[in-house]
Design a protein around this ligand. Structure first.
Ligand code: ADP
Length: 419
């Protein structure tokens, strides 16, 4: 393993793993800290935690446990991934986790660069922009858990760390990797524990990545990780021939589970429903105590041999609001997630080995129900959504899609991509 990564949430971890694969590193995503002794064959490993909004002390403990495992498994360099909008409060967790990781690694300097220009997150003179707005003027100002009311990242991070925070301004970044690395050295010598690094486009991120080749710990969004794989290649450490996104072929039946009600998923359900059989999971029937999962599985078992089936709870916004009004938002969500999890397990028992899941929470419930703890990242289906394959027996090909991702033909296209 060359690069060992710790991500503070699951979707961020997937995003980072996907980025590393596109840059040529074979990458495995681990859901939570693996058991001691569990080995993984990959160039990069991303440990997905759920540590973004838990108390800082717990976030530190979990991150250090992940670090220990990554170190024991030979990682050369470490990456701490957080959100591109720097989601955190003055009590943590980005600062405390960063300082704790540095401490254990015996280092006293790193960088902090959440920029992700492709999604509109840029940093200029240390200020984070979301699209055309300063972070503090964006909708992040009203985030329920981590309201971001200060765009000056040096100030935000400084309130979370013991050490001082410096800035590598764009006038330096624009001069390329050598100039940036020199500025890292200067700020380190000045006693800064971390430097915010300006970045307004992908060229900046690549240069920053190259400048970070000798840092034991790098922190930021998945954008700044783009430049890291090339460092290993230049050092002769990443020499494998063949595609980084290759997955072993899996043999088995195909299904789609859609538990998202986002606009993109509504379109994808309509498109697949036009060509393949589909079954609707009705929240009202679940609330009435009917065995909807059992009915869905009986229905599916009769059809699976002939081709893929679609099982969905996806509905139009007004219908979702009506159901939530009756059952409560969280209760409705939990009822449907629980049914989708049972259905996923039943489908796997029936021989499904190629499964597309739509919905972030739904994916979490399905992965847990299937007992999946590690995923190898494969080829991209649509931007940001790769095929993955569970490690373990039997391997299952899984496409886990956040609700609003993907083109209207996503489900059909995804299944067609697999041999
Ligand atoms: P997304 O990625 O689009 O946000 P999620 O799976 O994360 O999708 O969230 C969708 C939530 O809505 C889940 O909790 C799911 O159980 C719930 N849900 C799905 N279908 C319905 C429905 N018809 N009515 C009410 N809630 C639903």
């Amino acid at each position: 393993m060359l690069l060992g990564c710790i991500a503070d949430d699951f979707t961020g971890a997937t995003d980072l793993a996907n980025t590393l694969v596109r840059q040529g590193m074979r990458t495995v995503l681990l859901l939570g800290v693996p058991a001691e002794g569990q080995a993984v064959d990959a160039d990069a490993v991303v440990v997905a935690l759920k540590s973004r909004t838990i108390p800082a002390g717990e976030a530190v403990d979990q991150s250090l446990a992940a670090l220990r495992w990554l170190r024991d498994n030979g990682a050369h360099q470490f990456f701490f991934k957080y959100c591109s909008t720097f989601d955190s409060t003055d009590d943590g967790n980005i600062g405390p986790v960063t300082e704790a990781l540095l401490d254990v690694l015996g280092k006293d300097f790193t960088i902090a660069c959440p920029a992700f220009p492709t999604t509109g997150r840029t940093i200029y003179l240390g200020h984070l922009f979301v699209g055309d707005l300063l972070l503090s003027d964006s909708s992040m100002r009203n985030h329920p858990l981590t309201p971001m009311t200060d765009s000056n990242l040096a100030h935000v991070l400084g309130r979370q760390t013991q050490g001082r925070i410096g800035l590598v301004a764009h006038r330096t970044v624009s001069h390329g990797a050598a100039a940036i690395a020199q500025e890292f050295d200067r700020l380190h010598g000045d006693g800064c524990v971390a430097a915010i690094v300006d970045a307004i486009d992908d060229g900046d991120l690549m240069a920053i990545g190259h400048a970070a080749a000798d840092l034991k710990l790098v922190t930021g969004g998945s954008g700044v990780a783009m430049g890291l794989p090339d460092n290993f290649r230049r050092a002769g450490l990443l020499t494998r021939a063949g595609a980084a996104d290759a997955l072993d072929p899996v043999d088995g039946l195909e299904a789609v589970i859609a538990g998202s009600c986002s606009a993109a998923t509504i379109g994808q359900v309509a498109e697949m429903g036009g060509v393949h059989p589909m079954f609707r999971v009705d929240p009202a029937a679940l609330a009435a105590g009917e065995d909807v999962a059992g009915a869905a599985l009986d229905w599916a078992t009769a059809k699976l041999a002939k081709g893929p089936v679609l099982i969905y709870s996806t509905d139009q916004p007004d219908a979702v609001v009506a159901v939530q009004g009756k059952l409560g938002r969280e209760e409705a969500g939990a009822l449907v997630e629980d049914a989708m999890a049972k259905i996923a397990r039943g489908l796997a028992d029936a021989g499904v080995r190629k499964l597309v899941v739509a919905g972030g929470e739904t994916s979490g419930a399905v992965v847990q129900a299937l007992g999946v703890t590690a995923l190898r990242i494969g080829p991209e289906i649509d931007p940001g959504v790769p095929w993955t394959q569970s490690l373990g027996d039997p391997p299952i090909a899984l496409a886990l899609k956040s609700g609003n991702f993907g083109a209207p033909d996503f489900f059909v296209k995804a299944l067609r991509m697999l041999p």
